[in-house]
Design a protein around this ligand. Structure first.
Ligand code: SAH
Ligand code: SF4
Length: 370
């Protein structure tokens, strides 16, 4: 009877060891395999040159290294953003983005991957292209990790090897801000992040990994108890229940009076200062009064606000605010003593906004070019 091949990225270090032993191989072979996957960024079993050919043959038969195929690869005009649309084993698609940030006074050079955690999203925020596509399925642990490993390989294969620092840490940061709600796929996300962080895995610092959530309060409280201490971003977008209900249906389930204390609890338990994301949509949530409401809501909380110019979506209700409007909004937040920055979106020319590339791809698939 043919057994299904094991997708190695679904296994943590202990499980990988147990599986290698079950093949009749020595435990140190598991450590070598792990090195090839996470430290040496192997693209195939064949590349794993210090594994005996007999073991490599077994791996070919019994295991899968990668399951995702890039369908589209787009670079922004400034070369700073690269977006890949991947096809999954079951034919579903998802997108991931790589963003380069050069050295500035405020931070060192970064190479950040924005990854997806679900195909579609069950939360259904009205302004979000992914939310409006509906929910298909959770990503497996391996599919979450594979997105990061893909970009690690891409970078290592395109830079000169003399650049040791780059070769050592091709990716410096991971943000869980692509498609899907990470806390709605809790266990797979937790395990994937553990591997990103682990010394057996990619060894990314917890400070280099940011989880963004629309505010699933019970899971957020659970996350505060984990030994992960990730950076946390909360999609706020409105500071009153009345307005937030109009943007994010999740707010009816977990209103601000539950969400904000859960964020404060996260800060207390982990020491990580939450960042509240606030996308501005013209005439919807971008007035000085809206800004004053944010300042009132977050008064006295050690946090930051990230003001984003909203990406327009198919729905006519949500149009981008202007930069001038964002600056007025910012001024009112500062007046209320709220630390904040305006984030200039990267890669808008390649539809790098949440779910945008996939939206267009789905549309073209349904309506082939004439
Ligand atoms: N589901 C999680 C993470 C993925 S969404 C969350 O909601 O936090 C990543 C970020 O993109 C979130 O802050 C989300 O609110 C934001 N976003 C979604 N649609 C957007 C749009 N049209 N314009 C600007 N930001 C958007
Ligand atoms: Fe889902 Fe986040 Fe989009 Fe809301 S903003 S629909 S939670 S991906």
């Amino acid at each position: 009877m043919n057994k299904q091949p094991v997708y190695l990225l679904d296994l943590n270090s202990e499980e990988l060891k147990a599986w290698v032993l079950s093949l009749g191989e020595k435990a140190y072979r598991a450590a070598q395999l792990e090195q090839w996957i996470y430290k040496k960024s192997a693209g195939s079993f064949e590349e794993m040159s210090d594994l005996p050919q007999s073991f490599r043959n077994k791996l070919q038969q019994a295991a899968l290294l990668f399951t995702m195929t890039p369908l589209e690869d787009k670079k922004s005009a400034d070369g700073q953003t690269r977006k890949i649309l991947f096809k999954l084993e079951d034919g579903q698609t998802l997108e991931s983005t790589l963003m380069f940030y050069e050295n500035t006074n405020s931070h060192r050079e970064r190479r950040t991957v924005c990854i997806s955690t679900q195909v579609g999203c069950p939360v259904g925020c009205y302004f979000c292209a992914t939310g409006q596509q509906g929910f298909v399925r959770n990503l497996r642990q391996g599919e979450i990790l594979e997105q990061v490993l893909y970009f690690v390989r891409l970078i290592k294969n395109t830079v000169t090897t003399e650049d040791r620092e780059l070769a050592r840490k091709a990716i410096t940061n991971v943000v869980l801000m692509g498609m899907g709600e990470p806390l709605a796929n809790y266990e797979n996300v937790r395990r994937a992040v553990e591997t990103l962080n682990s010394k057996h895995g990619l060894e990314l610092g917890a400070r280099q990994i940011t989880l963004s959530t629309s505010g699933l309060v019970p899971q957020l409280r659970q996350l505060a108890e984990e030994n992960l201490h990730l950076e946390l971003a909360i999609s706020l977008h409105a500071a009153t229940d009345e307005l937030r209900n109009r943007l994010m249906p999740i707010n009816r389930k977990y209103p601000l009076a539950e969400l904000i204390p859960a964020c404060v609890n996260y800060l207390e338990k982990t020491g990580r200062r939450p960042t509240f994301e606030y996308a501005l949509f013209e005439g919807v949530n971008d007035s000085p009064q809206n800004a004053r409401e944010v300042a009132e809501l977050l008064k006295g909380i050690n946090c930051a606000v990230n003001i984003i110019i909203g990406n327009p979506t198919a729905s006519l209700e949500f149009k981008s605010s202007s930069l001038a409007q964002a600056q007025i909004f910012q001024k009112h937040l500062f007046a209320g003593s709220i630390f904040n920055t305006i984030r200039i979106s990267k890669g808008t020319d390649i539809e790098a906004g949440c779910g945008q590339l996939k939206s267009r791809w789905l549309k073209e698939k349904d309506e082939p070019a004439k």
